[in-house]
Design a protein around this ligand. Structure first.
Ligand SMILES: NC(=O)c1ccc[n+]([C@@H]2O[C@H](COP(=O)([O-])OP(=O)(O)OC[C@H]3O[C@@H](n4cnc5c(N)ncnc54)[C@H](O)[C@@H]3O)[C@@H](O)[C@H]2O)c1
Length: 409
């Protein structure tokens, strides 16, 4: 039986604490403690669990008292490093939500602490567990399009889910590292995983076109705003009332701030080029203000081309997606196009990814032939692209990841 504790008891944290206390893993895993900077939110999280883990008001005390095998880190992105490093030094393994962290300095400090501790960090890139993205991995790994020369990725967020990043702590670069780190880490990880190559050089352009100061800001937040603009967010409903609104007096955090605020300092329109160690080229764009959500991936290889499309309606009330339409088309050199039947997914979050991820994390996966579990290096590589892109935009230059990561020299 493994003992777990968790730091960060927001909405994503609840996916872990509710799963661990659901009874499904009673034979192998016990959640023995919760900690959050906002003690009220930790209390709410505990109450919402089927079995109520003890709430601690001090992280170090939780480690000392519980002596957990593994710490689950689901706090705000820029705080991951502090908890990962403390946990490793206390002799614990770590399960960390993406992104691993938000700066090169913090990433290197995590890597050093992991090496010194002999313990292990797992970064939970849940998309690797989604039957759809796993299927794409299997097709590419089978050599169906031969050596991959280039990849184009267009990722779309809509004005429902996409706008949500501009209301919350994510809208400040200091918290999230920008969408290029917070959000694109998922996408860069998928591409790194598919290519099995390391990103070397990054050149990026980015702007804020839709959110921020583009329109008047009638109020600080939706709750007190008399205008019901198309982006109105109702925080006074389940689960946001319990998790955020009722806990505001403990830390002052407001989850429904106006998306047209001048506090916002992240981009919503981004274009990036990346060159990889094996010669593959990535062209990536992220638009956070589209009429629908989804993506188009195209892989051009020595033997053909793979086109992967997904579109869906987003939701800010859960991590579910609805009306998903996925397609995979394989083109060969003889001009044949084959439509590949899509793998089935269960109802768990992120297209069936979350259920399979949790199963693998808590029950274990005897074999991992597709390398679905991501380590610290994979975490560093995916945020490396986003952080290098931030530097590229700020300094208007091509950035080499080897400027920060010795291993790439
Ligand atoms: N894999 C995914 O699909 C996915 C989806 C959503 C979020 N996430 C990740 O999960 C993490 C949490 O995101 P969320 O959506 O639950 O956000 P959230 O705002 O709901 O929760 C974050 C929690 O961290 C707490 N916190 C802030 N600063 C802290 C500190 N210094 N010490 C301890 N706790 C602190 C907050 O009080 C809050 O309860 C983030 O790292 C995010 O990137 C991953």
């Amino acid at each position: 039986m493994k003992k777990y504790v968790q730091v960060g008891c927001g909405i994503r944290g609840s996916a872990y604490n509710q799963t661990l206390t659901s009874g499904k893993f009673d034979d192998c895993a016990e959640l023995c403690g919760l900690y959050d900077l906002n003690p009220k939110r930790a209390q709410v999280a505990s109450e919402r669990c089927k079995v109520h883990p003890e709430v601690f008001t001090d992280f170090d005390e939780m480690l000392q008292e519980v002596k957990p095998d593994t710490v689950i880190v689901t706090s705000k992105d820029c705080t991951h490093d502090e908890y990962i490093i403390k946990s490793l030094r206390a002799g614990c393994d770590v399960i960390s939500e993406k992104p691993l962290t938000t700066t090169f300095e913090k990433a290197l400090a995590i890597q050093k602490a992991e090496k010194e501790s002999g313990k292990q960090v797992r970064v939970t890139f849940n998309l690797r567990f989604s039957p759809f993205y796993k299927q794409v991995k299997e097709i590419l790994a089978s050599g169906a399009i031969g050596e991959i020369y280039s990849v184009n990725v267009e990722w779309m967020l809509d004005t429902h889910h996409g706008a949500d990043y501009f209301r919350r702590w994510h809208r400040e670069r200091a918290n999230s590292g920008s969408l290029l780190v917070h959000k694109s880490t998922h996408h860069f990880d998928l591409i790194n995983w598919y290519l099995e190559q390391e990103p070397l050089y990054v050149h990026a352009f980015g702007k804020r076109r839709f959110y921020g100061t583009n329109q008047p800001q009638p109020a600080e937040r939706c709750l007190t705003c008399e205008e019901r603009c198309p982006y109105y967010f109702n925080i006074d409903r389940t689960p946001h009332r319990e998790v955020y609104l009722n806990c505001e007096d403990a830390d002052g955090y407001k989850r429904d701030k106006c998306i047209f605020s001048d506090e916002i300092d992240i981009e919503d329109t981004i274009s990036i080029s990346v060159e990889y160690s094996g010669g593959a080229l990535l062209t990536y764009s992220l638009n956070a203000h589209c009429p629908y959500e989804g993506h188009v991936f195209t892989f051009n290889g020595s033997k053909g081309r793979l086109e992967v499309r997904s579109s869906y309606q987003s939701s800010t009330t859960s991590y579910g997606q609805s009306h998903t339409q996925n397609s995979i088309l394989l083109y060969d050199r003889a001009h044949n196009c084959t439509e590949i039947p899509i793998a089935e997914a269960d109802e768990s979050g992120h297209g069936g990814a979350d259920g399979l991820l949790m199963e693998g994390l808590f029950r274990g996966k005897p074999e991992d032939p597709l390398c679905q579990f991501a380590d610290t290096w994979a975490g560093m590589m995916s945020i490396g692209i986003g952080m290098a892109a931030n530097i590229s935009m700020a300094e208007n230059r091509r950035v080499a990841l080897s400027e920060f990561y010795e291993e790439l020299k």
